[in-house]
Write a protein that binds this ligand. Structure first.
Ligand SMILES: N[C@@H](CCC(=O)N[C@@H](CS)C(=O)NCC(=O)O)C(=O)O
Length: 338
């Protein structure tokens, strides 16, 4: 170990001994990688590909943070977590950030010592059923058994909706993703309920004959999904928040991985600030001025990531919908980099 590293290590230990939390950015730099909590394998959002490399919209967000911090999107450490494990892993410092289909709720933002750093996918809870059930609408699922995963917001949301709509059901709640999906595939429950993105992913990637299943038209909740960090480290919160925002803003200004070098010559002052041609934004975050340039160059803008992982370039074929830019009738509205 060289002296500088030793000194940093000693400083971190001292901070820990005093009960103070070490700055996450220092911990990340010391480790040489951003530790991201993902799902255990959820195609399109966070799942290993055939080569074992983690891919997905949420993995891209992790890679974007690494590109911003290190100038190298590959400097990530993926920590797969099921729904139940995720918050403890963040609280304990096992991960630096949750980049994993986590709904932002008032309770999670206040009572768990964690806080959201943006929204990277606007979703809503829905229902997946086998076509053989002959059900066309959620109103017809009275008396059904419904599979859900432990530790999700889906349990309470479903209970609220069922009560309000005078629907009775029997919950089958299972802790691990594969087991709950297998239970559904084996017919141990009639219905699977989770975020619509999850249902699209399960239908395409986990069920033998996707065409035998249908997602019902009703969406029963708002599920704004986004990254979470620990409370009390605003500098790190800013790095995560602005890494995501940079991806969204790059799309708004038409800056992509394909044209980013060309765009460094742009006369548009907004683009000049995003790409660090006009300096300041990087220094404000304690990062290199090329932080956002590196994100776009190595990971792409939000639209590229969306289409590649969950949109038209992927098996999921999810439409932009609420996740379109605000200029296109969607809710993606980047905070300005200036
Ligand atoms: N957005 C909801 C649900 C997210 C969630 O955890 N969904 C499950 C069911 S699709 C999941 O992603 N499981 C993957 C895993 O545990 O690895 C929440 O934040 O509670």
């Amino acid at each position: 170990m060289n002296i500088a590293k030793g000194l940093i290590g000693a400083a971190l230990l001292a901070a820990a001994a005093q009960g103070a939390q070490a700055a996450t950015l220092d911990v990340v730099r010391q480790r040489g990688a951003v530790a991201c909590g993902t799902t255990t394998g959820f195609a399109g959002f966070s799942a290993p590909d055939a080569q074992g490399k983690w891919q997905g919209l949420d993995v891209d967000l992790c890679r974007a943070i690494a590109a911003a911090v290190f100038g190298d999107a590959d400097k990530i450490k993926v920590v797969p977590l099921n729904s139940q494990q995720r918050f403890t892993a963040l609280q304990s410092g096992e991960v630096d950030v949750l980049t994993r289909n986590t709904t932002v709720t008032q309770q999670r933002d206040t009572a768990l010592g964690i806080i959201h750093a943006g929204i990277n996918f606007y979703d809503g809870q829905g229902f997946l059923v086998p076509k053989s059930l002959g059900v066309k609408s959620a109103k017809e699922i009275n008396g059904a058994t419904i599979c859900l995963q432990t530790g999700t917001s889906n349990e309470n949301t479903l209970a609220d909706w069922a009560r309000a709509n005078h629907v009775s059901y029997k919950p089958v709640v299972i802790e691990t993703f594969n087991e709950v999906v297998n239970a559904f595939a084996a017919g141990r429950c009639d219905v699977f309920s989770t975020d619509a993105s999850g249902l699209a992913s399960i239908r395409i990637s986990k069920l033998q004959n996707p065409d035998d299943y249908v997602v019902l038209p009703e969406i029963i909740s708002k599920e704004p999904l986004g990254p979470f960090v620990r409370q009390g480290d605003d500098a790190w919160l800013n790095i995560v928040r602005w890494s995501l925002s940079a991806m969204i803003e790059a799309e708004e200004y038409g800056v992509s991985s394909a044209n980013v070098d060309e765009q460094t010559k742009s006369a548009n002052p907004n683009i000049k600030r995003i790409l660090g041609v006009t300096p300041g934004g990087g220094a404000n975050l304690g990062l290199d001025e090329k932080w956002a340039y590196n994100i776009v160059k190595q990971v792409g803008n939000y639209g590229e990531s969306f289409e590649r992982n969950v949109g038209q370039g992927s098996p999921l074929k999810i439409k932009r919908g609420l996740n379109a830019q605000w200029t296109q009738g969607g809710l993606m509205y980047a905070l300005p980099i200036r």
